[in-house]
Ligand binder design. Structure first.
Ligand SMILES: Cc1cc2nc3c(=O)[nH]c(=O)nc-3n(C[C@H](O)[C@H](O)[C@H](O)COP(=O)(O)O)c2cc1C
Length: 160
């Protein structure tokens, strides 16, 4: 029996996830970035994380080698998530940036940030699984994460 594509997407959408923006520099030096929720921790020692990028992404070349920055968005940053998923908007126009020491542009003011180097890329169907070594990690304790599930953005609140 073949899987119904809409049902599959909706089922996966029940898994609540944080939202990141993965940024890098293209070969011509221009900044690139994509909204990614398929992000997870992989290893503590050595420190590794991974994200999954659609193989049709226009920024596949820049985001699958060299230095990348993974910004974990706070609940105030839903509009940034939409901007970095949009084909029509200039994603970096007027954006307040806080570049990494390697010169990778990253949005300022997020919940947390991982300065990374891509160490390997595996094929995962129509996505690339991009494994990154983490070279620096920072976070802001006072902020709360942006969450995406069931097709909408949410904040988190403690239970009990
Ligand atoms: C909340 C959210 C989560 C997303 N997660 C992913 C993801 O994990 N991997 C991915 O390749 N695209 C993801 N996307 C879609 C990309 O952001 C979007 O298709 C991409 O920015 C298209 O532009 P590009 O061709 O410049 O990559 C997500 C979009 C949104 C709004």
């Amino acid at each position: 029996m073949s899987l119904d594509a809409v049902a599959f997407r909706k089922t996966l959408g029940c898994f609540a996830s944080g939202v990141t923006i993965v940024t890098a520099l293209a070969d011509d030096g221009s900044p690139v970035g994509v909204t990614i929720s398929a992000f997870c921790s992989l290893s503590l020692d050595p420190p590794l994380v991974l994200f999954c990028l659609n193989r049709n992404s226009s920024h596949r070349a820049a985001l699958t080698h060299g230095n990348v920055c993974i910004s974990i968005l706070s609940e105030e940053q839903a509009s940034l998530s939409s901007r970095f998923a949009s084909k029509s908007e200039d994603r970096f126009a007027g954006l307040d940036l806080d570049p990494t020491p390697q010169g990778i542009p990253a949005p300022a003011g997020g919940l947390a940030r991982l300065d990374c180097r891509v160490v390997s890329v595996a094929e995962g169907g129509d996505h690339d699984i991009v494994i990154c070594a983490v070279e620096a990690a920072t976070h802001a304790d006072e902020k709360r994460p942006l969450v995406h599930c069931q097709g909408a953005y949410h904040g988190v609140h403690p239970l009990g």
